[in-house]
Design a protein around this ligand. Structure first.
Ligand code: CMX
Length: 391
């Protein structure tokens, strides 16, 4: 059945597109990023491999302004973020009341919502930048309250870079904060944006299209990200690496084959769009070789990176047997002292606040000559039962 045949249509819709989660159906344009099969995600035209080692502040500037900052612009943007970063005191009372065994992603969503109630301005651009600047302190407080470390929380230091403010609030003893900051900076840059149609970005923009606040929209995006088929895959990936428990190539191969025989996914491999190794994986492997080449889990993933693609390639229906972004991120976070995998998706969420926030501003204030994209309203076709009353 043909559903549309506009002369300029990008796609001829058929019944095969129905109930497919809008897969492949063009719905709009994206100004911040796109994904290609060979080079993966690009931010404003730059392949991610070229941006991986930049400071998060400069990449946030890129996503908002569509060009990398000059030195002067970079300094002034950091000052602007500093002026926006203070979070209202009421947030701690709310965090103190949340169930400690609740998932950190639920805490993050509630935290963002609360920030909106306490400090929202109603201006798209200000609210998105304010939340971006508030995130490090919120993240640090979530860790501290969830773990009951509520005594002696250092005051926020707004002069620090974004990542430094998080590690300062977290204030873990016996860790190398400089290395932790480096790993987290790269993690944030690699995860900030991924095109317009991934579930959390789409959900956030859909909520914003009804003119809900930036905070409500981003809280909705975090709820979408929290699912095990979406953002929570990075938690599963590190749990998977820990289960392997060896870096002996023959043992690793036996493990991978066993997982496939048991019909379980080989985590950290495969991709819906990419057809070669994800440059975000390559960037994290390069960092790991520098920072933790002898770490037991890093040795495991180094072997897995060689073995798994060979084994997965034996199955012709697997379109990309290579490593994806999740293969190494948990191992690196664990190495720097962030060992609880249940938190890994919150770092993903923290990073995405920048990309989704920038996309929301584009959809609300730039698209359609500044009028903004109208409220989302895709068409659903009535099924037979729902037409019975017409008989
Ligand atoms: N392990 C086992 N089976 C895999 C596989 C893997 N790593 N990658 C693909 N397959 C299977 C698929 O499940 C699918 O099987 P069915 O036909 O029985 O449904 C078949 O191979 C074809 O899949 P595909 O077209 O190559 O890939 P999809 O777009 O369907 O799936 C993905 C992509 C990421 C969900 C899949 O590769 C996967 O499950 N990987 C493991 C989990 C993982 O690492 N997730 C993190 C993704 C990170 C990211 O998206 O950036």
């Amino acid at each position: 059945m043909r559903l549309s045949g506009e002369p300029e249509s990008l796609l001829e819709l058929t019944t095969a597109h129905l109930n497919s989660g809008l897969r492949g159906v063009p719905v709009g344009t994206c100004r911040t990023s796109f994904v290609t099969p060979d080079e993966g995600v690009h931010y404003c035209g730059y392949p991610i491999g070229e941006l991986a080692m930049l400071a998060p502040e400069d990449v946030i500037y890129l996503l908002y302004n569509k060009e990398l900052p000059t030195l002067e612009q970079s300094v002034s943007f950091r000052k602007d973020l500093q002026s926006r970063g203070a979070i209202p005191p009421g947030i701690e009372e709310v965090l103190a009341s949340l169930p400690r065994n609740g998932h950190p992603m639920d805490w993050l969503s509630i935290g963002i919502h609360t920030l909106g109630m306490l400090s929202g301005t109603g201006n798209w651009s200000d609210d998105a930048l304010n939340l971006t600047a508030q995130m490090p302190r919120l993240m640090g407080l979530i860790f501290r309250y969830r773990e009951g470390r509520t005594e002696g929380i250092p005051d926020d230091d707004l002069n620090l870079p974004l990542v430094g403010r998080f590690t300062h609030t977290l204030d873990l003893q016996d860790v190398d904060k400089a290395v932790m900051n480096r790993i987290l900076s790269t993690y944030l840059v690699l995860h900030m944006d991924h095109g317009g149609g991934n579930l959390s970005t789409f959900a956030g923009k859909a909520v914003a299209s009804g003119h809900a606040s930036v905070f409500a929209s981003l809280a909705g995006a975090m709820n979408a990200l929290s699912g095990p088929l979406h953002g929570r895959a990075n938690q599963s990936c590190f749990e998977f690496v820990k289960r392997i428990g060896t870096s002996d190539p023959a043992e690793v191969e036996r493990f991978v084959r066993g997982e496939l025989e048991a019909k379980r996914p080989v985590f950290g491999f495969g991709h819906a769009v990419l057809r070669s190794e994800d440059p975000r994986a390559a960037a994290q492997f390069a960092l790991g070789e520098e920072i933790c080449p002898d770490d037991e889990y890093f040795r495991t993933i180094r072997v897995l990176r060689e073995v798994a693609p060979r084994v997965l390639s034996e199955n012709p229906k697997i379109r990309n047997p290579n490593a994806n972004v999740d293969i190494a991120s948990g191992t690196l976070l664990n190495f720097v002292g962030l060992s609880k995998a249940e938190y890994y998706t919150t770092f993903f969420g923290w990073a995405r606040v920048a990309g989704i926030g920038a996309q929301i501003i584009d959809e609300r204030t730039v698209m359609r000559g500044g009028k903004g994209v109208p409220i989302y309203r895709p068409k659903y076709i009535a099924e037979e039962q729902s037409l019975r009353h017409l008989d």
